[in-house]
Structures are given as C-alpha cells and as structure tokens.
Design a protein around this ligand. Structure first.
Ligand SMILES: Nc1nc2c(ncn2[C@@H]2O[C@H](COP(=O)(O)OP(=O)(O)OP(=O)(O)O)[C@@H](O)[C@H]2O)c(=O)[nH]1
Ligand SMILES: [Mg+2]
Length: 197
C-alpha cells in the first residue's frame, strides 16, 4: 500500500465527534500495550503518527487517522488496564463499546494478541463479544520479532484454539520491528474494502 497521506484528524470520546466524511474505518482493538498504536505507525511507515508507550494505558480516546483520504485507521484505548477502564465485560469504557456496537462505518475489526502469551480471559471475552458484532474480524499476533521463527506456527495455533476461531477468521503475524506482516495485512484490508463497494 502506497501511503500518500496519513494524518491524525480526530480524537473522539462520543458520537458527536465521529467524522462524517464517509470513509470506512479499520479499527485496532486489544489489550493495553499489545501494540495497537505501533501497528498504525508501522502500517503507515511513520514513526510517530500514533503515540506509543512502554506503559499500558497510553491511548485514551478514539483516534482517527485518515489514510490517503480514503479510509481511517482507528486507534482505541486498550482493555485490561484497570485504572483506565470501568468494569465492563471487556473492561472497556462505555464510549468504546458503544462505538463498536453502533458505528456503521466500521469495515474491519483488527484484534491484536501478543504472540508471546496465551490469550488471557479478557482476550477471550473480547474476541467472543467482537465476533458477535458480525463485522469482518481478523486476529493479528503482535511482536513476532520476540519469538523464534520456528515457533511462530505453534503460537498462532494456540491463539486460534484458545479463542475458538472459526476457520474463516484469518490470524496473521506482525512485527513493527521488521515490518513482517505489513503487506499481508494491507492486502487483507484492501480485499475487505473492495468487498464493501
Ligand atoms: N518488539 C516489539 N515491540 C513492540 C511491537 N509492537 C509494539 N511494541 C512495543 O510495545 C509497547 C506498547 O506499544 P503501543 O503501540 O503503545 O501499545 P498499545 O496497544 O497502543 O497500548 P495502549 O495505548 O496502552 O492500549 C511499546 O513499547 C512498543 O514499542 C513489535 O512488533 N515488536
Ligand atoms: Mg495505544
């Protein structure tokens, strides 16, 4: 994907602030610190488009990044970080569950799981809830550079099993350090967007 322009346009905490340009939205979800903001930067080959941090809880609002004036990559706050969230099943604030439940422009939910660890209870809850929304859904295993190559298939298989992913749900790997997975994820995004037209 050739990135001609990538800019942070809006930080929203409620529907009044969502954009009305009509671009489809590709949404990053996952536990705090899993690498959602880093994934947006890496997809755009920009270092500091989305703010990242070694500390969980960095992203606190729904952040829209307009790509090539044709789609948004949407960065969400993570779940599983107690101070940043209310006690929802997915441990997200209500504004996030409302966004995911009601926003018609969502074309794809990208659910990030850290490849180093088995999915936790909150990952399983989130996955089940997200699949119930009936929006195209994909798993991306992050931090692939932290796992030896030979072990990656076993880690992906463990994620598929723990989350009970149906066969039609893709599970890709990604590393922001090496860029591995970038082309494949963009290919998938493009095919999902082509299917909406
Ligand atoms: N080695 C490695 N580190 C990564 C990768 N992706 C993200 N990280 C690191 O993981 C940490 C968290 O990254 P963020 O992108 O801020 O995570 P986030 O999911 O946006 O976190 P919140 O905004 O708190 O929900 C940072 O220290 C990143 O540098 C990756 O592919 N490889
Ligand atoms: Mg973030």
């Amino acid at each position: 994907m050739k990135i001609i322009s990538a800019k942070c346009t809006i930080s929203a905490v409620g529907p009044n602030q969502y954009p009305n340009t009509g671009y489809p939205e590709i949404v990053m979800v996952g536990r705090s610190n899993v690498g959602k903001s880093s994934l947006i930067n890496s997809l755009c080959t920009r270092h500091a488009l989305a703010r990242t941090s070694g500390q969980p809880g960095k992203t606190q609002t729904i952040n829209y990044f307009a790509i090539n004036e044709q789609m948004y990559l949407v960065d969400l706050p993570g779940y599983g970080y107690v101070e940043a969230s209310k006690a929802k099943p997915t441990e997200w604030g209500e504004f996030i569950t409302n966004y995911l439940r009601n926003r018609q422009m969502i074309a794809l939910i990208v659910h990030l799981i850290d490849l180093r660890h088995k999915p936790m209870k909150n990952d399983k809850n989130a996955s089940e809830w997200l699949m119930g929304l009936n929006i195209p859904y994909i798993i991306v295993g992050t931090k692939a550079d932290k796992i030896s190559r030979g072990k990656l298939p076993a880690h992906i298989a463990a994620i598929r099993k723990e989350l009970m992913l149906p066969a039609h749900v893709p599970a890709l790997i990604y590393s922001k350090e090496t860029g591995e997975g970038r082309d494949e994820l963009w290919r998938h995004v493009r095919s999902v967007l082509a299917g909406r037209e």
